[in-house]
Structure formats: C-alpha cells, structure tokens
Design a protein around this ligand. Structure first.
Ligand code: 76R
Length: 287
C-alpha cells in the first residue's frame, strides 16, 4: 500500500444567531476571505479547496480539502475556519483520509493475462509486446491519478465513510486447512463476514467483481476512495462525484448487490452536496 495526498471533508452548520449579530460588512468580509483562500488553493490536484452546500438538512456548508503535506492540510483547515467570524460555524462532521494505492492494483502478471485472454494475443509476438507497453502505461497513469486525483467539474458530491466487516474468524481445528480452502463457502454458511480473514486471492477476485460493477457507471460517476485506517473512525472515505444525483442512488443501490458491499461492507452517514462557489453559496444560504 502506498499513500499520496491528504484529504479532509468538512461539514458545517452556520449559527444564524451569531450571523444575525454581525455588522453589515461582516458577511462581505467573510466572503472575501473565503474567495481569496479558494482562489489560492485552486489547483487541478492539490492544494485544492472545493466548496459545496449540503442538501438534505444535515449541514449548510461542505468543503473538500486536498494537500500533499499533512501539516499543510492542518493549516488549510485552520485558514478555512479563520475566514468566518468567531462563533459563526458549528462543525457537524469531519473526515480525515489519504489517497492510496490499494493492494489490488493489477500486477505485470495480471496485465500479461489480459493481453493473452482479453486481447487474444500470443506472448513473444510484436502485437503482444505493444499491447503490454500500452497496458503498462495505462497502469502507470492510473496509479498516478489514484494518488494525485483530479476531480471532475461535476455538480453533485456524495460522501460517506465505509468499513469492511471483521465479524468472526474461522475456528482453529483439524479442519482449519480444509476450512481455509473453502473459506468463503464456510463463512457464508456460518454467517461470519470477516474481510480481513480472507485469503488475498479471494479478496482480489471479489474486488475484480466490485470494479466490474463500478465500471458500468463510467462517465456518470467518478469515485475517489481514500484510506483512513488509523486516521479516522472508519476505514475509507467514499467520495462519489456525479452530474446527476440519480446516478449516486443508482450506483449505491447496485453496489448493495455486489458481494464486497452486500456481505462485507459497513457504512456511516451519507452527505449529499451540491457544488457552489463561495459567491453562490452566500446567495443560496442568504448569508
Ligand atoms: O482503482 C480502481 O478503479 C481499480 C478497481 C477498484 C478498486 C481497487 C475500484 C473500482 N474500487 C476499488 C477499491 Mn471502488 N467503490 C467503493 C464504493 O457503496 C458501496 O457499496 C461501496 C462504495 C463505490 C460506490 C465504489 C465505486 N472501492 C475500493 C475500496 C478499497 C478496498 C480495499 O482496499 O480493500 C473501497 C472501500 C471501494 C468502495 N469502485 C471502482 C467504484 C467504481 C465506480 C469503480 C470503477 C472505477 C473505474 O474503473 O472507472
């Protein structure tokens, strides 16, 4: 596993009483500060701040922060809060995570298998070598964008934290070896679901089917999966970006039938957000 840049999701409610007590210039001053901060952190990958309004009533404002350095992210968070008058923001939810390469990235052997079986090419031929070069380049670019993602310019952002279940463990007995061999079958039979108790090759196979389900949403959903084991309360932050909110509902529903989510997934609260630049946020929230 390899880590990339640091990510923070922040959700705030505006304290309307504190806001009402501001002098008339106070609101404009806060907007000006926030615009300047977003402008200064408006890179394709990082440092980056994206602003949203939360839809659904859990919060008013939502921000997504990206910074390469841990200390840089910590500072960005404080600079963001300092844009607002004292007492005006109330934190509703926050989530810290980091971009990562998962354990299930395709290896050279996986790429060779694709060249052979999917593209029906014979090892040793020129066509095979060319396909391998193309696949290796694709894999390299893919890894780069997983570590240094560039967000699409889409309106809807859905965030929720997620874990993989750790219920039960195959019992130690003379059957352990056999049990391990048929682990998934046994686990299914006795109701346990422990992702971390599965063999790597079983997890990789399950993740392959997960990715196949995910790829059906190409062009409609762009997902950012950021790791948070040891950093925050769940194991991953799931950020789904979409042009239309319906695509979010559809992918989450479809994933529920995929074994990785159906059997091993556990989820926190869902936050649905609409992208608005600071000026439009102010209008939308009548600040
Ligand atoms: O990086 C890749 O795209 C390779 C394949 C892939 C991995 C390794 C992939 C593809 N995902 C991976 C890892 Mn995913 N993903 C989720 C959710 O709500 C739910 O039920 C689950 C939340 C969605 C909606 C989603 C979408 N994915 C992960 C991991 C880390 C697992 C680990 O390391 O153990 C999690 C927690 C996770 C969860 N996934 C895709 C998608 C989509 C849309 C794709 C296809 C992307 C594409 O190839 O275009």
């Amino acid at each position: 596993m390899k880590e990339g840049i640091h990510v923070m999701h922040l959700f705030y409610r505006v304290d309307r009483m504190a806001w009402a007590e501001l002098d008339p210039a106070g609101s404009a001053k806060a907007l000006e500060k926030l615009e300047a901060l977003c402008e200064a952190n408006n890179n394709a990958s990082h440092p980056l701040i994206r602003s949203y309004t939360n839809v659904g009533g859990k919060a008013d404002l939502a921000f997504m922060l990206f910074h390469e350095d841990f200390s840089g992210l910590a500072q960005m968070h404080r600079d963001l809060e300092a844009c607002f008058p004292p007492g005006a923001l109330e934190i509703v939810y926050s989530y810290l995570s980091v971009t990562e390469l998962t354990d299930y990235m395709p290896t050279d052997a996986d790429l060779e298998a694709r060249a052979k079986w999917e593209f029906k090419l014979t090892p040793g031929t020129k066509a095979f070598e060319e396909k391998m070069e193309e696949l290796q380049q694709w894999n390299k670019d893919y890894k780069h964008y997983r570590l240094y993602p560039e967000m699409p310019d889409w309106d809807v952002m859905c965030f929720y934290p997620m874990l993989k279940k750790r219920d039960g463990w195959p019992a130690e007995s003379c059957w352990t070896k056999l049990r391990k061999k048929f682990q998934r079958k046994f686990l299914q039979n006795d109701g346990d679901a422990n992702w971390y108790g599965l063999d790597f090759k079983d997890r990789k196979q399950l993740m392959r089917s997960h990715a196949t389900t995910g790829r059906k949403f190409a062009g409609r959903i762009s997902q950012l999966i950021t790791g948070s084991t040891g950093l925050d309360d769940w194991e991953w932050g799931v950020t789904l970006m979409a042009k239309e909110v319906a695509s979010v509902k559809q992918i989450v529903y479809e994933m529920r039938f995929d074994e990785v989510s159906a059997r091993y997934g556990g989820f926190g609260e869902f936050y649905i957000n609409l992208r608005l630049n600071p000026e439009d946020l102010w209008k939308h929230l009548s600040l």
